[in-house]
Design a protein around this ligand. Structure first.
Ligand SMILES: NC(=O)c1ccc[n+]([C@@H]2O[C@H](COP(=O)([O-])OP(=O)(O)OC[C@H]3O[C@@H](n4cnc5c(N)ncnc54)[C@H](O)[C@@H]3O)[C@@H](O)[C@H]2O)c1
Ligand SMILES: O=C(O)[C@H](O)[C@H](O)COP(=O)(O)O
Length: 389
């Protein structure tokens, strides 16, 4: 059995070596020739999976180790009897932690001691948006959820934590707006360029707009234009139109710029591999013997300890940043763009993603509290840290 796989899928050998021969190919340039003899095809988001790639291939199963599926022509696969599986939710926690880390830096920038005074509009309340909403609500933030497909499907549903669905304009009025929708063009509520001139015109310099969904959810020409004006919101972008050939001028204009790595915690990436391994095993009628947890190494930092003198907000900030500080990724991207040859911006962007350092989630870090601090314990738990008692 031949397994053709994107070389950037971690732990391919560990999960798939028992199933067949693995041929690793750079995902961005994977061609019909590369996949002609494949029985299983394993991809990430950078490979367009459609008729052009698969016609003439003997592949009967395609797995993507990602949440997003906009790179896959699902209709064509179905019409051609090719089983498909994605990895829903695999890196949702990674993205939620990325947004929390940004909020912590933003609160500091705004000289806010208590970050939970910010209201957050979450657009797209699925695995990622839902997880973020849960963490933020438990931390005491005011959260507004905008998700028209869900609002139509579950109009009466009690969302918990006092949450209700709002329309896009209400979400866009929050202090922080975080986008977590898939990229869709033909659905009842398409998200392609959902944030355009009108939406951006309504936002002010007192607001922060974060996009970790897909670049094309924001009209980047309209964003670029809006950012010419000092009344524009602050913007943090992890995803870009036309990746990897992103617009360097837009990078210069946004506050935080990262190379599509919000979901790149080690846990998130390994869970993506685990999920397509499970799906492929079921498809082939093989037992599922391996689990992501068995391959996660010990983290470099295992415990942080706070005394009874710790201020709650400072302690949370320190622990969160010990796991992840988005300014590091921002600096790497800006440096890479500055030093890349003019025709090499796309390669520089892809290199940052390929060589991404190990980043562990908050659950890998134990927090020790020497003092009563019930509300501090709750805050750490809400974020996802383990408490050491
Ligand atoms: N930056 C990253 O590293 C990264 C990582 C993971 C996922 N993503 C992106 O985030 C997207 C969301 O991930 P998820 O796991 O939450 O997906 P999901 O399918 O669980 O949830 C998406 C939600 O968006 C809602 N939605 C659809 N159209 C909408 C619209 N017009 N307005 C508001 N809401 C709408 C859906 O109803 C759904 O509840 C993925 O499709 C992917 O593109 C990016
Ligand atoms: O959809 C997803 O899961 C994320 O966008 C994912 O992090 C994309 O990573 P890539 O496949 O581009 O490596």
């Amino acid at each position: 059995m031949l397994i053709v796989a994107d070389e950037n899928i971690p732990l391919l050998e560990e999960f798939f070596a028992d199933i067949g021969e693995i041929r690793r190919i750079p995902g961005r340039t994977m061609s019909a020739e590369d996949v002609r003899d494949a029985d299983l095809l394993l991809v990430r988001s950078v490979t367009r999976v459609d008729r052009a790639l698969l016609q003439g291939s003997r592949a009967r199963f395609v797995g993507t180790a990602t949440i997003g599926t906009d790179h896959v022509d699902l209709g064509w696969l179905e019409d051609n009897g090719i089983r498909f599986s994605a990895a829903p939710g695999c890196n949702a926690n990674s993205v939620a932690e990325y947004v929390l880390a940004i909020l912590s830096v933003y609160a500091e920038r705004c000289a806010l001691d208590d970050w939970s005074r910010l209201s957050v509009g979450i657009v797209g309340a699925g695995n990622v948006g839902g997880k973020l909403a849960d963490k933020l609500s438990r931390l005491g933030f005011t959260v507004r959820l905008c998700d028209p497909p869900r609002a139509e499907r579950e109009p009466e549903r009690e969302l918990g934590n006092g949450l209700t669905f709002v329309d896009l304009d209400e979400a866009l009025a929050c202090d922080v707006v975080s986008l977590h929708t898939p990229l869709t063009r033909e659905s009842a509520h398409p998200t392609y360029h959902m944030i355009g001139e009108r939406e951006l015109a309504g936002m002010t310099s007192e607001q922060l707009l974060i996009n970790t969904g897909r670049g094309e959810v924001i009209n980047s020409a309209a964003l670029h234009e809006r950012l010419m004006d000092s009344s524009a919101p602050l913007v943090a972008l992890d995803v870009w139109e036309q990746e990897p050939e992103i617009n360097p001028e837009l990078v210069h204009k946004v506050w935080l710029a990262t190379p599509h790595i919000a979901g790149y915690s080690l846990e998130g990436k390994v869970q993506g591999t685990e999920m397509i391994y499970q799906a492929a095993s079921h498809f082939l009628g093989l037992p599922v013997r391996k689990k992501a947890g068995q391959f996660l190494p010990e983290p470099a930092l295992s415990t942080v300890s706070f005394t009874g003198a710790a201020d709650e907000h400072v302690a949370v900030r320190i622990a969160l940043r010990a796991c992840y500080d988005p300014r590091t990724d921002d600096a790497r991207l800006r440096h890479a763009l500055k030093t890349a040859a003019a025709d090499g911006l796309g390669s520089a962007f892809d290199r940052l993603r390929r060589d991404y350092p190990v980043r562990r989630e908050c659950s890998s870090l134990k927090v020790q509290l020497k003092g009563p601090g019930r509300s501090l314990q709750d805050s750490f738990r809400a974020i996802g840290f383990k408490l050491k008692v």
